[in-house]
Design a protein around this ligand. Structure first.
Ligand code: HEC
Length: 132
């Protein structure tokens, strides 16, 4: 039996959807749970005093999660946010050392709803931060 035009059209829509889904999964910058856990401790010690953390009380610096933050950084590469933090933060106080900024960045990815995996975050990657 020949397929009707409608069946063929439905088939290609499904194929197009699957194409989009697999691109979305690949585009997420990877990080591990260990990185994000270490980053959370670092953030609480060295960043939360100025940056609104999850307690909801306003601070002098913008929150590093949520819709406004994601809109500012969505299409920009991972390395832009890393360099912004490494070269400018904190303006006062104790700087993270070693893998500190990489771990904080992994924590920020988790705060913004990205899921952890087995591949560690490369802070100098050109992947977009929050690809749709
Ligand atoms: C003494 C206060 C203070 C501390 C501590 C601090 N920041 Fe900031 N941060 C600011 C202020 C104020 C701004 C906004 C003005 C600016 O962009 O410089 C800012 C901006 C930022 C931005 C840019 C936000 C955006 O969406 O444009 C990032 C990212 C950031 N901080 C990360 C960090 C990290 C990571 C730490 C901890 C290692 C940290 N900051 C510690 C005060 C602080």
């Amino acid at each position: 039996m020949m397929k009707s035009g409608r069946q063929i059209a439905r088939g290609s829509v499904t194929a197009a959807l699957w194409g989009t889904l697999s691109i979305t999964v690949v585009a997420q910058p990877p990080y591990t749970t260990a990185q994000a856990n270490a980053g959370e401790i670092e953030f609480d010690r060295k960043c939360a005093e100025c940056h609104e953390p999850l307690d909801g009380f306003p601070r002098r610096a913008p929150a590093l999660f949520g819709a406004d933050f994601e809109d500012r950084w969505r299409e920009r590469p991972v390395r832009d946010l890393f360099v912004r933090m490494r070269d400018g933060m904190p303006p006062a106080g104790v700087r993270p050392t070693g893998d500190g900024f990489t771990n904080v960045l992994a924590y920020l990815l988790r705060l913004n709803g990205q899921s952890a995996g087995t591949v560690p975050l490369d802070p100098l990657s050109y992947e977009p931060l929050f690809a749709p």
